[in-house]
Structure formats: structure tokens, C-alpha cells
Design a binder for this molecule. Sequence first.
Ligand SMILES: *[C@@H]1O[C@H](CO)[C@@H](O)[C@H](O)[C@H]1NC(C)=O
Ligand SMILES: *[C@@H]1O[C@H](CO)[C@@H](O)[C@H](O)[C@H]1NC(C)=O
Length: 472
Amino acid sequence: MGKFWSYTESSINMSPNMSLILLLSSIVLDKVWCQSDCSYQKLLQSLNLANASKVRPVRNWKNTSIVNIDMTLYTIVDLDMSMQTATTFVWFYMAWNDEYISWNPDDFCGIKKLLVNSDYFWKPDLYIYEMTEDDNNSPEIPYYILRNNGQIINAMPLRIISTCNLNIYKFPFDIQTCRLSFGSFIYTVSDIVLWPKSNSSVVNQNAQNVFATKDEWELLSVTVYNTTYKTLGLEYSQVIYSIYIKRVAVVYVLNLIVPACFLVFLDIASMFIHNYTNRLDFKITVVLGFSVMLLILNALLPNSDSTPMLGTFCCICMAMMILSIVGTIATSYMTEQSATNSQVPVWVKILVLKYLARIIFFKRDSDKDELVTPVTADNDPENAKKSETNEDVSDQRRALENDSNVKKEVKLLKRILLEILRIHHKLILNMQQKDAKTEWSLVAQIVDRLVLILYLSIVTLVFIIMICVWTI
Ligand SMILES: *[C@@H]1O[C@H](CO)[C@@H](O)[C@H](O)[C@H]1NC(C)=O
Ligand SMILES: *[C@@H]1O[C@H](CO)[C@@H](O)[C@H](O)[C@H]1NC(C)=O
């Protein structure tokens, strides 16, 4: 301060030469000060955007405007299976040239870009063809970057609700593809051409860098290409981004598939319970458990026109469970029949004992027959014995005919013979009943074995098909 004052004091009594220099310097200073209005305001005023054209800003109408666009996928907010829509959140960028906006940075303190919140200049009418809802949930950032060469950049975050053809055949190991096609709705390809700013590898890398997994989806890749879309004889330029995403299946495997497999395994294991009534109780409990699982599955499964393989699998497992229950009911009925000693119908005998037993290699069948035949063979020796005793009796009769005392013994012997015959008859009856019993239980065993083999083979087959479908 003191220095300044001393300077002014000294300038008061200065020479005319000095005062001229001071005047000149003050003029120069003033000019510099005036020029150094380095505000954006001044640039904006000189650009005169209020009078800027709102039609496509080309000096020759035949020149096409090139719009560069770029998109970085930030996250998949939601994938609605029943509505077949995807809600994505992207960072969007578009840039185009306005031939009427330009300035020399040297004239404006080196300002090369200007951020304006203005609706005065022309903007391309960018449209997303798959969009189904125009929600106002996109954050609004109404700023444009103007560059001194006339480039206008508009970057903003977008929340897009778009249709997405979802295929859930492989649920929960499905991969979905959602497309976002950016294009002008009004301007044809002769007016506006869209170009992707970055190629597929860059777009994919950008997305991988920022992608936030907020839902059950994992990003596989993002690709981009530009094309033209023809409709009603007009051609429109388009840039299409394809998003490939994969479902994170661990939750479904742990909560759904593994328990379902356990239940099926338990149900198969229950086929080895020998007491049919106990087995029936057990099986019905397992089926109840399985239907609870199906209810959960139904809530989890997406509604779609294509049925997921998992649903079919569960349905087949349920059907096999029901079939095995019916089989168990049949076998328990047969064992009941064997208790009441009724005969096995002939057609059942032929169908089950002859053919089915052979088809399923039922070995114990022949063993049982061998067991049965010796018992019937035992009958024959008895018959032989009977004939022997008959011969003995006739011999004795010849020898001791005259003896009257012997007559009583003969009578006794006759009575004994009658008794023996009666016992023999009873024995034969018993044998027949036993035969019927063993036949019924044989039929029951064969049916049981058949159901088990069917059950095991069908479930294994379905398992293999499932794994093939899921892994391929
Ligand atoms: C407009 O098109 C002409 C040729 O038709 C070309 O020479 C000229 O550079 C173009 N102008 C701009 C600004 O692209
Ligand atoms: C994609 O663009 C980047 C940088 O612009 C470049 O390095 C890369 O080679 C390009 N990739 C392909 C496949 O063209």
C-alpha cells in the first residue's frame, strides 16, 4: 500500500512525457480489461442461440447429419417374465454437428466448449424401437456440450423399459438376449445416419467395467452394430445394441432342484419297503412334500408362452410318483387277495406270470415254481403210499380171510384208510390254496418290480435329458 501511495505521489509531480506514457498505458490496460470479459455469458450472447434454427442444421439440405451414439450398460433393473419386458439403466451419449454454431476460441479467452441448458438448437429425435413405456424415471440432465467446431454432445443416463423376447425353456440356466435399437423416428437415412461411437469390444469392455449386478442377472456381453431398417418404402438408420445376460442359477439349484431330486430319490428308495401299507403311507407323505415343492416352483417360474423344461421334469416326476402309488395299491390289493384264497384269473396268470415275468427277467418266479412243484410232487409219493397200503390191505385180506377176529381189524384198518384219505384230500386242498397264495404274491412281486423298473428308467432318462438340455 505504502509503495502504491508513494508511486501516485511521485506521479503527481511528473514530467509531461511521463503523463503521456501513463495515458497510453491506461488505454491499453482498459482495452485488455475490456477484452478479458472471459465469461461464458459473452460467448452465449455472441452465439445468439435464441435465433438458432430449429431445423436440421446443414448448409446444404442434401447433406446428411451424422449422429454418433454410444451406450454403456450400467445395470439390468428388472426382467419381467410375464410382461416380457426388460428395464435397463444405461449411460447414453450422442453427438452431432451443427453447421451454424462455431466460434474461434482465441476470440473468447480460449473457451473451447460451452455447457448450456438450452432448448434453442436442433436435436435429433432419437427413439428406442423396443421401448414400451415412456417412464419419467430417467434422471433429467438437460445440459448440452457445445464445442467450438459446432459439435453438440448430449450425454445422459436413461432408464429404458423395452420389450425383450424371453425364452425360459432352459430355466434356471437360461441366457437371454435383449436388444436396444436406437434410431430416428422421422428422419430417413438420407437425413440422419447413426454411427456407433465405439466398436463392440469397447462397448463390451465399458459395460463389464461398470455393470452392477443388482438382480439375478450376470452380464455376458454387449455387442453393437449399425444397420438400416426398411418400412413402408422408407429406410431408417439404426444402431442396435444386443445385451446377452445369464441367470445366476445357484439360488434355484439350492432351493428347488436339489430338494426335488432328494424327494424323488426318497420316493424311489421307498419302493424297497416290503410292507405295502407302510410304503403307501410313506409315499403319500413324499408326494405331499413334492406338491409343496411344486407350489414354490409355480411361484418362481416365470409365466411365458414357452414352458420351462424344469416344469416338465417336475410334472413327469410327479406322474411317476403317482404311478408308483397306484402300483403299490395294486400290490397291496393282490396280497389281500392271497389272504382270502381266491384264484388268480387266467388272463392275469398268462399276462403277468408268463410274459411280464419274462420281460423283466423275474428270476424268483422259476425258483418259486421249483419250490411249488416239490410240494406237489410230495403229493405223488403219498398217492403211491396210498396204493401201497391198498395192496397191503388186499394181501392181508387174502391171508386172514377166515379169521373172524381179524375182521374187526380189517374194519379198523378200513376206518384208518378213510381217515388217511380224508387227510390226503385236505392236504391237496391246502396245497391248492398255498399255490393260489404264492401265485398272488408272485403276481404282486412282478407288478412291484415292473413299477420299480419303469420308475427308475423313466426318471433316469428324464434326468439325462434335463442335464443335456441344461448343459448344451
Ligand atoms: C455437404 O456435402 C457436400 C457434397 O455434397 C460436401 O462437399 C460438403 O463438405 C458437405 N458439407 C458438410 C458440412 O458436410
Ligand atoms: C475397437 O476400437 C478400439 C479403439 O477404438 C481398437 O483398439 C480396437 O482394435 C477395435 N476393435 C475392433 C475389433 O475393431
